[in-house]
Design a protein around this ligand. Structure first.
Ligand code: NCD
Ligand code: ZN
Length: 375
């Protein structure tokens, strides 16, 4: 039974693994997982193989996406010292520029100040720069936002000192925003020990004090919840050299709805964190006639039976309340009672859902679409 209708959610941090990692996830399985999790727009990260750091790779990937996606997808361009000359052209095809200041999965990493300066000078001012910044790299990002007086978005903030520094910088009026992931809100170092490599990601899980600090900033400093959906196969995760990253598209909304039920945040705040703010920060177009329907009374245990190709989740065994029953995108029912209803190629993504159209379309979701119905 549906008793809650919300706007289509937006995930600003998804790894879809195309090109080069299609055995972990592809556009079709990743966007099916998105729909099952209540997301109608997702922004895909550029740490692919090869990375989305040249016009050729980005444009080929965009063309490929148009034949294979169930929901709207925007692509990030990745910053790399070798391709700085391409930045203005990459911006034509991308929703934002991702700069990796710390080591993580993939080869994209910027560690020279001159490269950072070139990125901040050449990337168009009206498009977001998103930073993977851990620890003192947060201070680097704040310094760049201040020096260049332009918006910067911090990905997956996870530590008390990081969120407190961001809060201070925001109080000074700097144009910065940030996201946190559900795994950093719901899991701690104790879970990392229990889960082994299945609980390893970047940033790593943190202490209970760090988790508490994130919750304390959820109504103020934190702008959005992002999944950092980072699928790797079970075999890869159980290998001698497991890659960091965990999937999250299908578990994020149920976890956050459970927190609403437990009165850890309000439903209005959830909508801001998972729909309104992500859309505003990345200037994503409204999606008319789009909503998701939820049964808030459905209480169930998370299993590994998921749409994501990787087929596992660190949240398996957790009991949550709130199940996505139906997803309607531009008037078409795409997901209902656990089933994907459309063929991806039937979605007219060339006209309405292409990443190119994301940058051209108007701004934010209207007030009337915020929450349509709550019985
Ligand atoms: C991500 C991945 O696997 O691509 N892994 C992760 O642990 N979060 C990369 C990233 O976002 O850092
Ligand atoms: Zn990521």
């Amino acid at each position: 039974m549906t008793n809650l209708i919300l706007p289509g959610l937006v995930d600003v941090h998804t790894h879809l693994r195309v090109p080069g990692g299609e055995h972990k996830e592809d556009f079709t399985t990743g966007t099916a997982a998105a729909l099952a999790g209540g997301f109608t727009t997702i922004l895909a990260m550029p740490n692919t193989t090869p990375p989305l750091a040249t016009v050729q790779v980005l444009e080929e990937t965009r063309q490929h996406a148009q034949t294979a996606i169930y929901c709207d997808v925007g692509l990030f361009a990745g910053a790399s010292a070798a391709h700085l000359d391409q930045l203005p052209y990459l911006a034509t095809y991308a929703v934002g520029l991702k700069i990796y200041l710390n080591d993580t999965f993939g080869l994209l990493r910027v560690d020279q100040l001159a490269t950072l300066q070139a990125c901040f000078e050449r990337w168009p001012r009206d498009k977001m720069i998103a930073l993977h910044a851990e620890g003192q790299s947060i201070a680097v990002g704040i310094g760049l936002a201040a020096a260049y007086q332009r918006p910067v978005h911090f990905c997956h903030v996870s530590r008390q000192e990081e969120i407190e520094l961001i809060a201070m910088a925001k109080r000074q009026g700097l144009p910065i925003t940030c996201e946190v992931t559900p795994h950093h809100l719901f899991l701690t170092t104790a879970d990392a020990e229990r889960l082994g490599s299945l609980g390893d990601m970047r940033p790593k899980l943190a202490s209970p004090a760090d988790v508490e600090a994130l919750w304390a900033h959820l109504n103020t400093t934190i702008d959005c919840i992002a999944t950092d959906h980072a699928p790797h196969t079970l075999a890869e995760k159980q290998s001698a050299n497991p890659p960091p990253g965990v999937p999250g598209l299908e578990t994020s909304l149920p976890l956050m709805l459970t927190a609403v039920k437990e009165k850890r945040l309000t439903l209005d705040r959830l909508i801001e964190l998972m729909a309104t703010n992500p859309r505003r920060i990345y200037q994503l177009p409204a999606q008319p006639d789009t909503h998701i329907e939820i049964d808030t009374a459905a209480t169930y245990t998370i299993t590994n039976n998921l749409y994501t190709k990787c087929g596992w989740t660190p949240f398996a065994g957790m009991t949550v309340s709130g199940q996505v029953k139906r997803v309607v995108l531009r008037g078409i029912v795409l997901f209902e009672d656990g089933q994907i209803l459309a063929q991806p190629r039937l979605i007219k993504c060339g006209e309405q859902t292409s990443p190119t159209s994301l940058k051209e379309a108007p701004a934010v979701m209207g007030e009337g679409e915020k929450r349509i119905l709550a019985l």
